[in-house]
Design a protein around this ligand. Structure first.
Ligand SMILES: [Zn+2]
Length: 265
């Protein structure tokens, strides 16, 4: 479940902050990237010596990072008395990894058990390993509410110009660079799901850890199309949903590979 406030397709930006489900401090040092604003009246912050500078990006590795949201002590939504969101997302993630493998695309799970991970942990891993695509999976009990989400960057954070200081990026707006590609992924996945009878909508939201990622990133919230939440664990539904996602990802990555040579399924 995406328990933060959400906005629609219009991507209109406003200054009010939207509380995130797994909110982080707006500026968190992750070692790799961090903006430092100069003190009032002071000098610009010292930048690391050339030998220790980290590049903003590194070549994309040919794999998809699949992140089953929640886990461990953080169960996510209680979809019914015996069905927790963290278990639905893990099962779907494993299925998606299998379906991607069938298309020649390596998939790596952020968690492959019931471990507890913060969104800091998830973002740091994705930024460190730099997959071609990061996809986070959530689940909802609300019929017909399947969504594909991209980051929404707060206006004031962009306006403050904190996003770029030499080799550093601002933690809260790290997604600004790849956001256009993330949006292309979003459109492709919605199209693929819809073409498979799984109507989905696009959404822009300030959802952690999407804002903090320097790679193309989306979140997908799977929801039942009819009936109750038991559909989410029905084998045929799981298969159809996962296959639709894998098809969309394969199509998109092939397009990106043609553009940059970064990925060739
Ligand atoms: Zn969730």
């Amino acid at each position: 479940m995406l328990s933060n406030k959400r906005r629609g397709d219009q991507r209109s930006r406003r200054k009010s902050r939207i509380a995130a489900a797994c909110s982080l401090p707006i500026l968190v040092m992750i070692g790799l990237i961090r903006a430092q604003s100069p003190p009032p009246g002071g000098q610009a912050p010292a930048v690391p010596p050339p030998a220790s500078r980290q590049p903003l990006t590194s070549p994309a590795k040919p794999f998809v990072m699949i992140d089953p949201a929640h886990g461990g002590s953080e169960s996510g939504a209680v979809l019914n008395p015996t069905l927790l969101e963290k278990d639905v997302t893990l099962a779907l993630a494993r299925r998606l990894r299998q379906d991607l493998a069938g298309r020649g695309i390596p998939g790596e799970l952020v968690r492959d058990d019931d471990s507890t991970l913060s969104t800091d942990d998830r973002a740091a891993r994705a930024n460190r390993e730099h997959p071609a695509l990061y996809i986070c999976l959530h689940a909802s009990s609300l019929v017909g509410s399947t969504r594909v989400v991209t980051a929404m960057l707060a206006e004031e954070e962009e306006a403050e110009g904190e996003e770029s200081h030499g080799p550093f990026l601002d933690w809260a707006t790290a997604q600004s660079g790849p956001l256009q590609t993330s949006t292309a992924v979003q459109q492709q996945l919605v199209s693929s799901l819809t073409n498979n009878g799984l109507r989905a909508r696009t959404l822009a939201a300030q959802l952690r850890p999407l804002n903090n990622l320097i790679v193309p990133a989306v979140a997908v919230e799977v929801a039942p199309t009819t009936g109750g939440v038991s559909q989410l664990v029905a084998s045929d539904f799981d298969q159809t949903f996962s296959s639709a996602l894998a098809g969309g990802i394969a199509s998109l990555l092939s397009t990106l590979a043609g553009r940059s040579g970064a990925f060739q399924p």
